[in-house]
Ligand binder design. Structure first.
Ligand code: SF4
Length: 151
């Protein structure tokens, strides 16, 4: 399972396949990580620096975090994409098509001016999260999506 949790300042990625259930997150920041709640991650309930520090100690890489740098990620179902906006400017997108075998991600691109900020990963996770919620398989066919999803 892939999930993207966002506040105005930070984005947190959660990949359940990688989790070793070592619970450093739960012990380090119980306000944000509570396995007795559903969903179990509430990054808006703890200071961003505490969440950041806790995630940096995750031994498996199941959790990851980036600052948003003012960039919003929006899921646009009609356009079959997630899109990244800096104010009203479109600076990136992740496009997919629905096939009989699942959602095929065929294009992920971020304006090079905004590279290295985790925006493409946020875009891919947003699409994958929607696909999983729709109980659809994900077929990453662009190189970036493959890399993000470790395929
Ligand atoms: S710290 Fe990482 S590996 Fe440990 S339970 Fe949390 S997400 Fe899983």
């Amino acid at each position: 399972m892939h999930r993207l949790y966002e506040t105005e300042d930070i984005s947190v990625f959660w990949n359940s396949d990688k989790c070793r259930h070592a619970k450093q997150c739960v012990q380090g920041c119980p306000e944000a990580f509570d396995i007795n709640r559903k969903p179990w991650i509430h990054i808006d309930e703890a200071p961003a620096d505490k969440v950041w520090k806790t995630i940096s100690k995750c031994p498996s890489g199941a959790l990851a975090i980036v600052y948003n740098h003012g960039v919003r990620i929006v899921y646009e179902a009609d356009a079959q994409r997630s899109a990244a906006y800096l104010e009203d400017r479109l600076i990136g997108e992740c496009d997919y098509e629905e096939t009989e075998n699942g959602w095929r991600i065929f294009h992920t691109e971020v304006d090079p001016e905004f590279g290295g900020k985790g925006i493409a990963k946020r875009l891919v996770y947003r699409v994958v999260q929607e696909a999983e919620r729709n109980k659809s398989e994900v077929i990453p066919s662009c190189s970036y999506a493959k890399r993000i999803l470790n395929l």
